[in-house]
Design a binder for this molecule. Structure first.
Ligand SMILES: *Cc1c(COP(=O)(O)O)cnc(C)c1O
Length: 228
């Protein structure tokens, strides 16, 4: 981890924004894509610098790191996203942090537990249902086959959870075709969930965000491409 100077970060951010622009325009000029900067690899100082450069939304994959950074950067009006697997013993800590969006709700059991604790604290949380579209054992998330039913079940039985859409990580391979298929799979599920009120399809990281956007993603989570 290292401190990057402002010009370096500006160049990287400009490049990512330009690439997002190129990809989204191939879908439609009305297709708007949100950039969530994944700061887990970098120093908090780089987050403040990105804020000065106009970036507002930041993601972390660990509750503890999210907490430390939210506290440290409390003076800045940032939007925080939880994007990593949530352990049951961290649920209360996460709720108290009041993140803008919890993107990694990975099953009905976790949803029930989260809902119970949200109810006890008389609060709500916006979430995305994570789909393991590539079917990889190392990844969290519901299977594509069960995604629609679980989405509905959470909506019906977890009133404290406001489901906003889906999140997925592209297949872990160099094969573009396989990555594309995993994005298209998530996109299909997202389309079927739009009538259930889904508005966010979070797909795409540093290595594949342009492809993800072309497959319909409207939220990308980019880390290493910014901090190089
Ligand atoms: C780390 C991480 C990212 C960003 O990864 P990069 O490849 O560095 O862009 C995106 N999404 C999730 C869930 C992550 O854990």
């Amino acid at each position: 981890m290292s401190l990057l100077n402002k010009e370096r970060l500006r160049t990287n951010l400009d490049e990512v924004i330009w690439n997002i622009e190129q990809a989204r325009i191939t879908v439609s000029e009305h297709h708007i894509v949100k950039l969530v900067t994944v700061a887990k690899y970098t120093e908090p100082e780089n987050i403040s610098t990105l804020y000065e450069l106009g970036q507002r939304a930041f993601g972390e994959n660990q509750v503890q790191q999210l907490k430390e950074r939210m506290e440290l950067l409390d003076a800045l009006p940032l939007e925080w996203h939880m994007i990593g697997t949530l352990q049951k013993n961290k649920i209360n800590t996460l709720i108290d942090l009041r993140p803008s969006l919890m993107q990694s709700l990975d099953g009905l059991e976790l949803a029930m537990e989260l809902n119970k604790k949200l109810a006890a604290k008389e609060t709500t949380l916006s979430c995305l249902l994570q789909i393991n579209a590539a079917g990889e054992e190392s990844k969290s998330g519901v299977t594509p086959e069960e995604a629609f039913d679980i989405y509905q079940a959470i909506k019906e039985s977890c009133p404290q959870i406001h489901l906003k859409g889906v999140m997925s990580i592209g297949a872990h391979t160099e094969e573009r075709k396989t990555i594309q298929q995993s994005f298209e799979c998530t996109q299909h599920i997202y389309e079927s969930l739009q009538k259930e009120g889904a508005t966010i399809c979070s797909m795409g990281m540093s290595s594949d965000y342009q492809l993800a956007i072309k497959c319909g993603s409207n939220l990308v989570r980019v880390g290493s491409a910014l901090f190089k």
